[in-house]
Write a protein that binds this ligand. Structure first.
Ligand code: 13P
Length: 246
């Protein structure tokens, strides 16, 4: 499956968000799963109009229900027709203290509610400079996906987002992306003892300063099945050309 997801983060007022959603949603897109991740306040309205795109939430509560002011549960997201949810984004890890254990709890809640997690992992610049990126990603996958079985894994999307490439304009080279995506796929193969055919169907997306200029080079790599796009997802023309970059 080819996937391009646009993570809008906390950007765009209602008018801008509606306009971008409507134009992407009305465009027939062959062969690529296009997932939009708008701020949660827009999800309910957009989900009533879905045609050619899918919706992802940017976050979900780690609690089932109850006295958790400000939180939105996995069941609520499912009720309004959300199919995906970002989990483990480096901004949530760094700014909202999300640990691998919290991320793991959220993944289980999402899967119980038939929402597919888009599981983000990525190393910091210091990690990469010290050459420990593989250990970091291994650890994030091991703890974040703890307790999942193969069927559950088949309902997940993985996104490799090196922290040093997010919003910096500093993209991983296509070879660096391929190397890490291969490492991740190999990890999944061993951990879940998956046959190659099923393994190749698990989407692994690249994220981090991916744009209309570099997407086709990155997407051309064997183990890169698409992208998780931040800044370049906020403009219709750049996001559309990324979708056409396969
Ligand atoms: P940028 O594309 O702006 O670097 O952001 C990537 C990202 O964090 C997507 O989740």
């Amino acid at each position: 499956m080819k996937v391009v997801a646009g993570n809008w983060k906390m950007n765009m007022n209602y008018k801008e968000a509606s306009a971008l959603f409507n134009s992407l949603n009305n465009r027939l897109i062959n062969d690529v799963e296009v997932i939009l991740c708008p701020p949660s306040i827009y999800l309910s309205e957009f989900s009533n109009k879905l045609k050619n795109v899918k919706l992802a939430a940017q976050n979900v509560s780690s609690f089932i229900s109850g006295a958790y002011t400000g939180e939105v549960s996995a069941q609520m997201l499912k009720n309004i027709g959300v199919d995906y949810c970002l989990i483990g984004h480096s901004e949530r890890r760094a700014l909202f203290n999300e640990t691998n254990e919290v991320i793991n709890t959220k993944i289980h809640l999402l899967l119980e509610n038939e929402i597919s997690p888009i599981f983000c992992c990525g190393e910091s610049l210091t990690d990469r400079e010290s050459g420990v990126q593989n250990e970091i990603i291994h650890n994030q996958l091991e703890l974040g996906m703890n307790g999942l079985d193969l069927t559950q894994l088949q309902n997940c999307i993985i996104a490799y987002e090196p922290v040093w490439a997010i919003g910096t304009g500093l993209t991983a080279t296509s070879d660096q992306a391929q190397e890490m995506h291969f490492f991740i796929r190999n990890y999944l193969k061993k951990r879940f003892q998956i046959e190659n055919e099923i393994l190749s169907q698990i989407p692994i997306l690249y994220g981090g300063s991916c744009n209309a200029e570099n997407a086709s080079e990155i997407f051309s790599k064997n183990d890169v099945n698409g992208g998780l796009i931040g800044g370049a997802a906020l403009k219709e023309d750049t996001f559309s050309s990324i979708i056409q970059s396969f």
